[in-house]
Design a binder for this molecule. Structure first.
Ligand SMILES: Nc1ncnc2c1ncn2[C@@H]1O[C@H](COP(=O)(O)OP(=O)(O)O)[C@@H](O)[C@H]1O
Ligand SMILES: O=C(CO)[C@@H](O)[C@H](O)COP(=O)(O)O
Length: 498
């Protein structure tokens, strides 16, 4: 039986997933790695931690599944987006990677807006946001000129891992779209953007489709991973593009909700024509010549894991969330905004921080836990509202990510989004999408759509409950006021942050 491997290079961990030709999961393995927050708003990781984690996870996968390595036909990748890896002439990182949730680059964003003017949205289809890659490049050039002088090329996280495994330098369109250097509709590095910032095209890797084969494993890496040296390696895609593939978001009318470290509401776009004027992100899909629009909550799952790590460190998520179904919508008057690291959609703001509003002497930990989940979901609902305002029908949402593991949260999503929420049989999120790119790239299917028909299996549907829908509509109205009413307070508190 032939197999493929999907690697999901996330923010908290790398997950390796083994799938057989029917789409059944034959094994999984995970390796965690640290995040470094040297200052408030900074977020970095060591690129070689990703490589070691990936090799370790694959080796464990092969050991534990006890399958013959030569039956693995291909491997592909899903990667956390936007993170900057700068390589010197020898192919070594010149510093730690600066991640998607790092917000140190506000000044560089303003510089990009001033330099490119209307060209920014026309070419890149996105506004300048702190998390994107170009602002990070400009930040390193300005603040660490000696390091920048050593840098000859930039990569994104999964591209660095793939480079270490194959020795080949590439980037796929879906990930390149999040750099602010790509002409998104034209599918090429933008000569105008590069010239405006004095960057040479040689600073950017060659562009490829997500399903393209970019090489085979280097013999010494294959040995460490326990794989054959001839194992084919396919480019892969941005985690949200892979999440979309893995949940079958491959045609118009389909919407995804992903609650990982970040949270995403994503809608398929068959062409590049829809203009959201930068209110939501607009990126190339991992499916050739398709696109997607999405709104992003920076601290979605991160808000819940922050709450758990701070107040219930030794408990599991299931223990922490036991009993929240007994708390009514609104958590007995407690409201949370998930702005722990600033926000993106609909408030692109690196200064705002989170709030609990309405703390009452009767509140117990379960009320706080429920309020955190409701606040995250309200934030994602802001993106659902934007899509509906843009004329999209959002009546069915496929829910993936760590947040989809809790049935109470899935019902809450249905009630807050006022839409059917679908959970998948094997909730593997972006890792499944990565494995599907390897399966399609290996020639198992004539299209990604055909692969999705076989691999993506819907398990259950959560229908909106009218009483909860009504309660949440009132609460959402209150939630939407908290941003404006806490903005100045957070600006004033800024000087007290590390
Ligand atoms: N059992 C669970 N119930 C509810 N939420 C969970 C559960 N397990 C994980 N999560 C949430 O999912 C998040 C991790 O999701 P994941 O998709 O693995 O993230 P990433 O790909 O960003 O590393 C955690 O931060 C947590 O908020
Ligand atoms: O910045 C974005 C999307 O624009 C994030 O979605 C990252 O791609 C990281 O995602 P997760 O670690 O939450 O999967």
């Amino acid at each position: 039986m032939p197999y493929v491997i999907g690697i999901d290079l996330g923010t908290s961990a790398v997950k390796a997933l083994l799938l057989d030709r029917s789409g059944a999961v034959a094994g999984e393995a995970t390796r965690e790695y640290p995040l470094f927050h040297e200052h408030s708003g900074w977020s970095e990781q060591r690129p070689d931690d990703w490589v070691e984690g990936t090799l370790g996870a694959i080796a464990e996968l092969i050991r534990s599944s006890a399958i013959a390595p030569e039956t693995i036909e291909g491997i592909s990748f899903s990667g956390q987006m936007h993170g900057l890896v700068l390589l010197d002439g020898e192919g070594n990182p010149v510093r730690n990677a600066i991640l998607w949730n790092d917000t140190r680059t506000t000044a560089e964003c303003r510089e990009i807006e001033q330099t490119l003017g209307a060209g920014l949205l026309a070419i890149t289809r996105n506004p300048a946001l702190e998390g994107f890659t170009l602002p990070k490049i400009l930040w390193v050039r300005k603040h660490e000129p000696e390091r920048f002088a050593q840098a000859e090329l930039f990569l994104l996280p999964k591209d660095y891992v793939r480079y270490r495994l194959t020795g080949a330098l590439h980037m796929d369109y879906s990930d390149a779209a999040g750099t602010l250097l790509l002409d998104v509709a034209g599918k090429k590095w933008s000569p105008d953007v590069l010239a405006s910032f004095g960057l040479d095209e040689s600073f950017c890797p060659p562009l490829v489709e997500s399903h393209a084969q970019v090489g085979t494993l280097l013999p010494q890496q294959a040995e460490r991973a326990g794989l054959g040296a001839g194992t084919k390696v396919f480019a892969g895609g941005a985690d949200n593009a892979c999440g979309a593939i893995g949940s079958g978001i491959l045609q118009e009318g389909l919407t995804m909700c992903s609650i990982g470290t970040s949270g995403v509401i994503l809608s398929y776009e068959g062409g590049s024509g829809h203009d959201y004027a930068g209110k939501v992100h607009f990126f190339n899909h991992g499916k050739q010549d398709a696109f997607y629009a999405m709104g992003v909550t920076l601290a979605a799952g991160y808000s819940l894991s922050w709450f758990k790590n701070t107040f219930a460190k030794v408990e599991s998520f299931d223990e922490l969330l036991a009993g929240i179904e007994l708390v009514a919508p609104g958590a007995n008057g407690l409201l949370f905004t998930p702005y722990l690291v600033g926000e993106r959609t609909p408030h692109a703001d690196s200064v705002i921080r989170g709030s609990f509003i309405g703390i009452d002497g009767s509140h117990e930990r379960k009320h706080f836990a429920r309020a955190v989940m409701e606040g995250i979901t309200f934030s994602l609902n802001e993106s659902v509202v934007l899509f509906r305002q843009a004329g999209k029908t959002v009546d069915t949402i496929i829910s993936i990510g760590g947040g989809a593991q809790n049935p109470v949260w899935l019902q809450m999503q249905a009630d807050i989004f006022n839409a059917d929420v679908v959970a998948l049989e094997n909730e593997q999120g972006p890792g499944l999408g990565a494995a599907m790119l390897a399966a399609y790239g290996s020639g198992w299917f004539e299209s990604l759509d055909a692969c999705a028909e076989r691999f993506v299996k819907r398990a259950s549907v959560y229908k909106p409950q009218q009483a909860a829908v009504d309660a949440y509509a009132g609460l959402f109205h209150i939630y939407q006021q908290v941003y404006a009413r806490t903005r100045d307070l957070n600006e004033a508190l800024r000087t007290f942050r590390n």
